[in-house]
Design a protein around this ligand. Structure first.
Ligand SMILES: Nc1ncnc2c1ncn2[C@@H]1O[C@H](COP(=O)(O)OP(=O)(O)OP(=O)(O)O)[C@@H](O)[C@H]1O
Length: 282
């Protein structure tokens, strides 16, 4: 398949991130392109720069951290030129994210359904009834059983996997083009983790969403992603097609990540693409 420039929804070229307080560069030249419907994985140990890279893409860096070099282009537009108001419009509607700890992104004293409904009311201007109907559809799309029942529950009544589904429903409510899943399955047990990954894959298929999947766990990335960036100490040490990296890693650190997984049989991801596979690796 040929990729034209119109297919590229996000492009990073040599992005460096600098901490003005500590006067140090934290991320040293990250480059990749994400095409419509594509899935890119960013893998690396804690502190390697994965989350900061995502925050930069989302325009959510703390004030003292800045993009000090390179360029982030979102939907053909230089992200540096976006005003705070434009960022607010872009986030949620065109690019959205889910993180590791879903409970902390939801209000414990408001029913979860209402919280998603509110996103649709405020950002899409839907009426109460329409927003509720759409929320129930979204809960169904993220495979929450009995959406009407979940709608009126509070966060403390839901499991980690259900909360992550609610958050994914909220993240896709405004039909964004890009979803960033930053360690979104890390806190979940392996079976639920597999279900959430399967959900992301099926949403990608049904909506044409582009995904950035961030994980310290190569197996998570290998399941979903066409392409992988391996990060270490703020640098991309390897970038390529997932299968090539798994079969023939060039960097010592990639080899180490792969060897850590040998006991789980990472090679299974080389033969069966997601969607054609039973998640039976618990
Ligand atoms: N707000 C911040 N202020 C200063 N330094 C930061 C800040 N956030 C992260 N860093 C530093 O930047 C580097 C990259 O951190 P980052 O959070 O991007 O790593 P990560 O790969 O996402 O790790 P993890 O998997 O633990 O989230 C680390 O050295 C970290 O200490």
């Amino acid at each position: 398949m040929t990729t034209t420039h119109d297919d590229i929804v996000l492009e990073l070229s040599g992005v460096t991130l600098h901490n003005d307080l500590g006067d140090e560069e934290l991320v040293h030249g990250v480059s990749f392109s994400l095409r419509r419907g594509g899935v890119i994985g960013i893998v690396g140990e804690s502190g390697s720069g994965k989350s900061l890279t995502c925050r930069a893409i989302l325009g959510l860096l703390p004030q003292y951290l800045e993009v000090s070099g390179g360029r982030i282009e979102l939907f053909g537009r230089d992200a540096a030129s976006l005003t705070p108001k434009e960022w607010t419009q872009v986030r949620g509607t065109r690019i959205s994210a889910v993180f590791q700890d879903p409970a902390s992104y939801l209000n414990p004293s408001i029913r979860v359904g209402k919280q998603v409904q509110e996103v649709l009311r405020v950002k899409r201007g839907l009426g109460r009834r329409e927003a509720k109907a759409r929320t129930l559809e979204l809960f169904d799309a993220v495979q929450l059983r009995d959406p009407a029942y979940v709608y009126q529950q509070y966060t403390h009544e839901l499991s980690g996997g259900m909360l992550q589904r609610v958050l994914i429903a909220s993240a896709i409510a405004l039909e964004p083009d890009i979803l960033i899943a930053d360690e979104a399955t890390t806190a979940l047990d392996v079976t639920v983790q597999a279900e959430i990954l399967e959900l992301l894959a099926s949403l990608k298929e049904s909506t044409g969403l582009s995904l950035i999947v961030v994980s310290h766990d190569l197996a998570v990335v290998a399941q979903l992603c066409d392409e992988v960036l391996v990060m270490k100490d703020g640098s991309v040490v390897e970038h390529g097609v997932t299968r090539d990296i798994l079969e023939n890693p060039q960097h010592e650190y990639s080899r180490l990540l792969i060897s850590e997984h040998e006991q789980y049989g990472l090679e299974r991801y080389l033969v069966e693409p997601i969607g054609e596979r039973e998640f039976d690796y618990v």
